[in-house]
Design a protein around this ligand. Structure first.
Ligand code: NAD
Ligand code: UDP
Length: 344
């Protein structure tokens, strides 16, 4: 019988790509999403791409125990959960910390409560490389100290800690995946990243400049101690990240003992802002005009993780290169100039 998986935030950027990979592998899915930062159109397209109807939607808030219970009670028993639902904008978390603690921590607590009630204790949690704070030693290993410097990362670390306590208290199987910087889109260009308003992140900003929606990229600082002075991040293709979720679930389903895993999910290869700009220009043939402006408050010079533990434990490593991230991101941008809102 097909395994049944609950995906919170399954209509979002990473959630929709993961839902597609899992549907293609024959899972039955229930998605819980309140569409705070996404569109139901993403799920329609996921079903079409997978040629499958094995995805049910429960529209609701992960902080609402009744809504989460509705998702659990929608069909047969849920075997495992992937928890994407949450907020991710660093500056917004500084401006409105209580909202971040509510959605990210309280939402996770309510979800875990419903999981206990339904005796479903297998969970993959979306954590972030920003829990490492402002490290000075690279590459980052999972055992290195965490020192988050903004409420967004603090809420994610707090959830990791809550989940550790659950693992110590009972029969839980939990994986906390510390993502680095997911970019790109499904190669079909049917699903992708759909930021509301001006993008905060580098990659969607670049694709919007390429499309002529923005006049130029503003590079936040060229005075960091990196090879060209611009900030370094570990960018990975969202399809590699989606596949990491599927192998993680598989690992948890086949593990005999309760345990908690914490894994870096990245390529292990840091790229500067200028590396990404030049890579995009090369992959697409399109110029990306830019100007260098002041550093963005709160930015760290460099984040680059070691993904070896994920390779050793899951057999997973990122397969797609920067050129593919750029080509696929650009295909999505061209086909959906206004994101899912282009659809009447
Ligand atoms: P996203 O905003 O595209 O997806 C999040 C989804 O959760 C959206 O569909 C949104 O509508 C839904 N959601 C938000 N609040 C909700 C609530 N209270 N109840 C129900 N649904 C709710 O973001 P994403 O990039 O797909 O990120 C997914 C997860 O991964 C987030 O938890 C994020 O913090 C984490 N993460 C993302 C990145 C990144 O760079 N994208 C990096 C590290 C970690
Ligand atoms: N960045 C930039 N201009 C932008 C957006 C981002 O120069 O319009 C830089 C940013 O300073 C950082 C890198 O690009 O060095 C990645 O930023 P992003 O917001 O995508 O990811 P995060 O900082 O959350 O890792």
């Amino acid at each position: 019988m097909a395994r049944r998986v609950l995906i919170t935030g399954g209509a979002g950027f990473i959630g929709s790509h993961t839902a597609l990979v899992l549907l293609e592998q024959g899972y039955e899915l229930v998605v819980l999403d309140n569409f705070d930062n996404s569109s139901p159109e993403a799920l329609k397209r996921v079903k079409t791409l997978a040629n499958s109807n094995a995805l049910e939607l429960v529209e609701g808030d992960v902080r609402d125990l009744d809504a989460v219970n509705r998702a659990f009670d929608r069909g047969g028993p849920v075997d495992g959960v992937i928890h994407f639902a949450g907020l991710k904008a660093v500056a917004e978390s500084v401006a409105n910390p209580l909202h971040y603690w509510d959605v990210n921590l309280n939402g996770s607590r309510v979800l875990a409560t419903a999981m206990e009630q339904h005796q479903c204790r297998t969970l993959v949690f979306s954590s972030t490389s920003t829990v490492y704070g402002e490290p000075e030693v690279f590459p980052l290993h999972e055992e290195m100290p965490t020192a988050p410097v903004h409420p967004y990362a603090q809420t994610k670390l707090a959830v990791e800690q809550m989940l550790s306590a659950l693992c110590r208290s009972g029969d839980w199987r939990v994986a906390c995946l510390r993502y680095f910087n997911p970019v790109g889109a499904h190669p079909s260009g049917r699903i992708g990243e759909d930021p509301l308003g001006t993008p905060n992140n580098l990659f969607p900003f670049i694709t919007q400049v390429a499309a002529g929606r923005r006049d130029k990229l503003r590079i936040f600082g060229q005075d960091y101690s990196t090879h060209d002075g611009t900030g370094i991040r570990d960018y990975l293709h969202v399809m590699d990240l989606a596949e990491a979720h599927s192998v993680t679930l598989d690992h948890l389903f086949h593990s005999t003992a309760p345990h908690q895993l914490t894994l870096n999910i990245g390529t292990g290869c840091g790229l500067s802002v200028l590396d990404v700009v030049r890579g995009f220009e090369k992959a697409t043939g399109l110029p990306i005009p830019y100007e260098v402006v002041a550093r963005r408050p709160g930015d760290v010079p460099k984040l680059e993780g070691c993904p070896q533990k994920a390779k050793d434990i899951l057999g997973w490593s990122a397969k797609r290169d920067l050129a593919q991230m750029c080509r696929d991101g650009w295909t999505w941008q061209q086909a959906n100039p206004l994101g899912y809102r282009s659809v009447p």
